[in-house]
Design a binder for this molecule. Sequence first.
Ligand code: AVJ
Ligand code: FE
Length: 441
Amino acid sequence: ALELDPEVLRERTAAVLLTARRRTQALIDCVDDGELMAQHSPLMSPLVWDLAHIGNQEEQWLLRAVAGREAVRPDLDSIYDAFEHPRVERPRLPLLPPAEARGYVSEVRSRVLDVLEGTPLTGSPLVDAGFAFGMVAQHEQQHDETMLITHQLRSGPAVLAAPAPPPAPADAAGLPSEVLIVSGEFIMGTSTDVWALDNERPAHRRSVPAFHLDTVPVSNRAYLEFIEDGGYRVQRWWAPEGWAQVREHGLAAPLFWFREGGEWLCRRFGRVEPVPLDEPVLHVSWYEADAYARWAGRRLPTEAEWEKAARYDPATGRSLRYPWGDEDPTREHANLGQRHLRPGPVGGYPSGESPSGVRQLIGDVWEWTASDFLPYPGFAAFPYREYSEVFFGGRYKVLRGGSFAVDQVACRGTFRNWDLPIRRQIFAGFRTARDADRGEG
Ligand code: AVJ
Ligand code: FE
């Protein structure tokens, strides 16, 4: 996608870095210094930690690794090393106060723009097609999503606002509930998408038997049926660890939901509203998604099934970058980039439909899959083991598709996210699948 004239590549790279910084700025400028330093949830860092961590990663990769420049603030590396300090202890670190953190990230950025001007974007895997710059922009955008989660967990008056996403199109109510994805091999992952991260590589063949996938993500309306049918009280729907979580924490609904006067309400960025029945369900753990699917007589899709539904074009046998084709998303295709601070109603974004007719695979809500986070055959850690490799194994479940909170630079048909199956604060929902009957597809 970025086979470009070097000047155009430089301009686009600078623009992508600027887009990320604007988002970061919006997320920190709306609260005072006390709130930037505070820990709003033990699950999250203080916002000011994320801010300086963004700058520190940018310094390490672009100023030191790419440009070979002397360190600006080598003393900060340890404070902002995510592996050295778990989130719960970050408020007690000697963090840069807000004004200094702002000064640090802007100093790093101005040097980075200088490096971008002067570095040939070819000649080593780290700089080819601007990879390291793209990686750093994706890193900042991923932290912008993390910071938005912190905002959702924060209590106090609302400080963020955004226009509502477009209403569902006229055909949304008449969509088939599920779509058949035909049997056969497809190409999973990528070896050619220049800013794809290590865990998305390499492209490889995967055989996927025929299956049916929900046309749209599971809605709050559908999820409420599970709740009202006593779903949280019936052990047989739940994986053992999921049932333990329900019992231990008294779970009875998605995170941020509560009941008042017989009505289900939810909290969103400091405001309360009736649970929007037509939106995809959000803030459920993998265990809740898994239990709902079992209750519905279905199951979660595997990661390979999800990617085939999103990328495989039966007409050509090719795998596309996105459900709609190879072109970057526009606002017609998907709800991304914190443009709207909520998912759109189910059935939306018809221009973003996949060749098989599945909607909203990209944007709106991250989708839990049945799969553990594992390397693809031929995986090679690049450029650092701590991005993906140290998370491989059975502890983390894969999420696909991106949410309204992630920017397009960090979202594509091959992009893989992962989290612990107990997590509920992330912007995650799901859709369900079932095996095809014999003879189908
Ligand atoms: C890919 C979203 C799981 O936030 O832990 C940020 C991204 N890696 N800094 C995370 C990441 C290093 C990562 N996730
Ligand atoms: Fe990070």
